[in-house]
Write a protein that binds this ligand. Sequence first.
Ligand code: CP
Length: 320
Amino acid sequence: MNVFQHVEDLGDLKAALQEAFEIKKDRYRYQELGRNKTALLIFFNNSLRTRLSTQKAAMNLGMNVIVLDVNQGAWKLETERGVVMDGDKSEHLLEAIPVMACYCDLIGVRSFARFENRADDYEEKILNQFIRYSGKPVFFMESATVHPLQSFADLITIEEYKRTQRPKVVLTWAPHPKALPQAVPNSFAEWMNAADVDFVITHPEGYELDPMFAGNARVEYDQLKAFEGADFIYAKNWSCPGVTRPEDYGKVLCKDMSWTVDARHMAVTNNAFFMHCLPVRRNMIVTDDVIEAPTSLVIPEAANREISATVVLKRMLETL
Ligand code: CP
């Protein structure tokens, strides 16, 4: 595997899940695979879970790890060609990428949507430069449009906790004070569409996900109706994807607190498990009682980030 961006990069999903559960039973089994190999993790944005779980995954595989926080200690990077670099940016990404690639075998990159230009974000302008100019396998640690390591961990968690063969999984928008990217809901939709689940998306009008991710998923604008009989509730805020009105891309269109997931919502579900990728703003996205309930899976989900990353890095090492 040379690039990990989309669900199909893993090939057969059942086989990938099987591998994840085998690794979960013995996460140090492939220690020799990464000996004398180095993973470089590059962060243009903050992280807690991705930073720690991916480092741990690399260590599980016997790898060395270098972490670079681009905004703390590195030269400020220009990312556009043709710019006269007479401002505060000292280095161009087009030199920085091949230089960074000299020091590693695999590269993970986190670079969020900038909300300056929808086309630039949705064309994955930054990550694609890493793929093109590094000459190394590249895995996405949350890009402008996707967060596949999170979605793989979410799927592992759903497989572990499901009580029926084909559970009902609901992705619900929830309010947030700031404009957040669409990477998590995009990927979650893509992965749920590929999994054997009954998948429903609910959000206020104007928050329609890009069809390349939403696919044929059912969209229900009545949140309570969507929750009826659900086995898993996956809450997340996202800003306007700009599908119907491109001029609204990246905007906060709704702050309706009736969308906060609370006991009233959970009461109409099939005693559903609650999921969120974290970090989460309590009593905006979800109430204290729901996130603290025994049915909350936010910690097992975070724990499975180590497993999803171990599978992905292992597969990349196998193709070096
Ligand atoms: N869920 C997730 O990616 O968390 P971090 O932003 O802390 O890495």
